[in-house]
Design a protein around this ligand. Structure first.
Ligand SMILES: [Zn+2]
Length: 413
């Protein structure tokens, strides 16, 4: 690696794949494990970047598909890159657009459904005539969810878009499948993702050379393979060894269909194969109990829209579990959301006030609840990192899960 990007491990857990480390980027460092909040369209909805910094976010993740459609990657390039454009003084990440192209386009109802067993497969994917995306070996043709215009992403275009957006960490273009695709389809998709992986390396090298005056961008490969052990292990083996244009991947993302029950198993299959000295990102996972599973199986960074998305519906996390602020029970509750939370919302506002602004559909409701939920998740992973350093990660996990599930009954979304 070079040009300002590196990853160093400072501590390893003896009983698991968990580790503590530092990712360095041209825009600053990320102490890992870390939760990376999502600002899909170069904004964490309803929250200022300054507030994200104050609540402990070390980096933000935006989405290449959305920024390509609006305002256009060329606008971000002209602005000096994603971080400068959105007034974020720190590292940024973009995902490749593969997931959005396919999930929005094909009409998956719940691609990363954590409760995939609870609905039938024919409910998952929209009928062919409703599909907005078609995959071929060269790329994906899709219809914009904004205005219906036709577009095409290929590995090369994804790299070009992500280079112009200018995040510190970018992802290879991959084909994201569901748990419900056939085994045969998964085999085809994984071969396609492999071929696209080679093309991403070539185009990334070319663009890095052409845009030598820009800060270095690290490229992460994406490991797919759905629920199949042999496919996941093959993808990990292939991407770990993959070299083209004399470069290899700077890190790896684990993506695609991940059933809640097998999340840890799948991450372990992959991370036991991927090189230890490169960072691993778990794409789109962010429920509290799943973050523990990720960390103990060697994940360094996470991103997920869940914390901010549920906040806008008045659902908030506490150490005891989740609850909804708009429930009548909180009308005269003058306690903070969580009296153990140190966020701006909890130190300045009561449940009764939040109940009032949610009921009144005031814009500030989303802001205050999002600040709390993002702080809660960021801090939870920070606490895991500290517990690893202190040698009490397993006690911390047992304490957390004991309390979290005890009162909430269930903690799944
Ligand atoms: Zn709080």
């Amino acid at each position: 690696m070079g040009n300002g990007f590196s990853y160093e491990i400072s501590h390893r857990d003896e009983k698991s794949l968990a580790r503590v480390g530092t990712i360095a980027t041209p825009h600053g460092q990320i102490q890992t494990p870390a939760f990376i909040p999502v600002g899909t369209k170069a904004t964490v909805k309803s929250v200022l970047p300054e507030s994200m910094r104050d609540l402990g976010a070390q980096a933000l993740l935006a989405n290449a598909y959305h920024l390509y459609l609006q305002p256009g990657h060329d606008v971000l390039d002209e602005a000096g890159g994603l971080a400068k454009f959105m007034n974020w003084d720190g590292p940024t990440i973009t995902d490749s657009g593969g997931f959005q192209v396919l999930s929005l386009g094909v009409g998956f109802k719940k691609v990363l459904a954590m409760d995939a067993k609870t609905f039938r497969s024919d409910e998952v994917i929209a009928g062919n005539k409703e599909r907005l995306a078609h995959v071929d070996d060269e790329g994906v043709t899709f219809k914009s969810h904004l205005d219906g215009s036709m577009h095409r992403f290929t590995p090369e275009i994804s790299m070009q878009v992500q280079h112009q957006i200018g995040a510190d960490i970018i992802f290879a273009f991959d084909e994201c499948t569901t748990l419900h695709n056939t085994r045969r389809y998964q085999e085809v998709a994984i071969q396609r993702t492999y071929n696209w992986g080679l093309r991403c390396l070539d185009e990334h090298k070319r663009l890095t050379d052409v845009r030598i005056d820009k800060p270095y961008q690290a490229l992460f490969g994406v490991i797919q393979g759905a629920q199949y052990e042999d496919l996941r292990k093959k993808a990990a083996t292939d991407f770990a060894a993959m070299t083209s244009s004399d470069i290899s991947y700077d890190g790896f993302g684990i993506g695609g269909a991940l059933d809640k029950d097998s999340l840890g198993t799948i991450v372990k299959w992959v991370n036991e194969i991927l090189p230890e000295n490169k960072p691993k990102h778990l794409l789109g996972i962010g429920a509290p109990e799943d973050l523990f599973v990720g960390v103990e199986n060697g994940i360094d960074t996470f991103d997920c829209v869940l914390a901010s998305r549920i906040a806008r519906t008045s659902a908030v996390y506490t150490m005891e579990g989740r609850f909804n602020l708009s429930n009548a029970a909180y009308k005269r509750d003058f306690n903070p959301i969580d009296d153990e939370c140190d966020c701006y919302t909890c130190t300045h506002y009561t449940r009764a006030y939040l109940h009032h602004v949610f009921r009144g559909k005031e814009i500030i409701a989303a802001t205050l609840a999002t600040i709390h939920n993002e702080r809660y998740i960021v801090r939870l992973v920070d606490q895991m990192r500290q517990a690893l350093l202190d040698g009490n990660f397993w006690d911390m996990k047992a304490d957390f899960l004991g309390r979290y599930k005890h009162k909430s009954g269930q903690s799944n979304d």
